[in-house]
Design a protein around this ligand. Structure first.
Ligand code: UT7
Length: 332
């Protein structure tokens, strides 16, 4: 993809929100045939946050969005675009972005959702950046928000232990090329559409048919082991693609913030890219896999802990249902 533009987007503010309720590996030991030892050694996950009654993907997305605007010091009226990435929509109609617009007060914003599963946040950044590059929009909001707990089959031990809920949001503003987002790449391969899927709840197996619910179709299903292998290869390749595109070698990268799916996937990608382990930001032990929320939530933590600093060269890499994969290289 050509990337010769005078303008780019920079992240002017970042907000994140994790629901209060926590599910630990011990909780799962009581729910399915598993153990803390298996979950830790196979995934690196110890606990995840999940929404409580009264919360939903909209409520946590609103909180993250408000925090991002406060962090950027922008007023709601300035936001001209909201791209919301989620695999766990508030309801099929209307878009979750439209539902949360009034609560955010972003009345001048065009609002829509995108579906790219765990790569959704990087897809959203890429899409919003295009609006900024063309000059159509000066200030945009991108949110990655998920309530995977509402779509998780808590009788399926191979998937239920992975997922958590959360939301992360950024404010993007126009910036001269060479600052902010330097390079971004997106990929899709729908021949692997059945690797991570929720078959029920849509047009093929509508939610209003009892047999579909009885067959547990409106739940997330994953071919974990096969997904694992494609994930390692794809994230590595797309990260290399943005580095080459930007003319940057891996030793110049200060921090890699990957989608937090599985510690073993992240370790394998880090090794293949030639990254020192201390340059890889990890928080999946405490939050699990929060899909599109994963990267902004991890970035917010890295900033708050003083690990992600102004001027750092940051590489983001994600992978998820579609299959989709994406990477973004930016100067923080
Ligand atoms: O978010 C974006 C995309 N998602 C991912 O990137 C996830 C990718 N995949 C994974 O993270 C891993 O494949 C899993 C963590 C899901 C599974 O790990 P694995 O090493 O690939 O295990 P497996 O699926 O090959 O299963 C190995 C064994 C099986 O038993 P048998 O058939 O060998 O007797 C499973 O039944 O582990 C069993 N198993 C469990 N045992 C205890 C599966 N889940 C559990 C569990 N506790 N929770």
């Amino acid at each position: 993809m050509h990337d010769k533009h005078e303008l780019t987007a920079r992240i002017a503010g970042l907000g994140a929100f994790l629901p209060e309720r926590v599910l630990t590996n011990q909780d799962f030991e009581r729910m399915v045939d598993t153990s803390d030892e298996w979950i830790m050694s196979r995934t690196g996950i110890r606990e995840r946050h999940v929404v409580s009654e009264g919360e939903s993907v909209a409520t946590i997305a609103i909180e993250a969005g408000k925090r991002a605007m406060a962090d950027a010091g922008v007023s709601p009226e300035e936001v001209e675009l909201l791209v919301l990435a989620t695999a766990t929509v508030e309801q099929p109609i209307p878009s979750t972005a439209a539902i949360i617009q009034p609560a955010l007060g972003i009345k001048n914003a065009t609002c829509f959702d995108i579906a790219a599963a765990c790569s959704g946040f990087l897809y959203g950044i890429h899409v919003a950046r295009q609006f900024i590059i063309t000059g159509e929009v000066k200030t945009a909001m991108v949110i990655g928000a998920e309530t995977l707990s509402r779509y998780t089959d808590y009788t399926d031990r191979a998937t239920c232990i992975l997922f958590g809920d959360g939301a992360g949001a950024v404010i993007l503003k126009a910036a001269p090329a060479g600052e902010g987002i330097l390079r971004s790449a997106l990929h899709t391969d729908g021949t692997y559409a059945d690797f991570i899927q929720m078959p029920g709840g849509g047009s093929k197996y509508p939610p209003n048919v009892k047999e579909h619910i009885d067959a547990r179709l409106p739940f997330i299903k994953m071919r974990g082991n096969e997904t694992f292998k494609v994930a390692v290869r794809s994230i590595t390749e797309v990260c290399q693609e943005v580095l080459v595109g930007a003319g940057v070698t891996i030793d110049k990268v200060d921090l890699f913030v990957p989608h937090q799916a599985n510690l073993r996937i992240i370790a394998a990608v880090g090794e293949r890219l030639g990254l020192a382990p201390e340059k890889v930001y990890l928080n999946l032990e405490r939050v699990g896999n929060t899909s599109s929320a994963s990267i902004p939530v991890a970035m917010r933590e890295a900033i708050d802990r003083g690990i992600l600093k102004r001027g750092d060269l940051v590489l983001l890499g994600a992978f998820g249902g579609g299959l989709t994969w994406a990477a973004t290289l930016l100067r923080w």
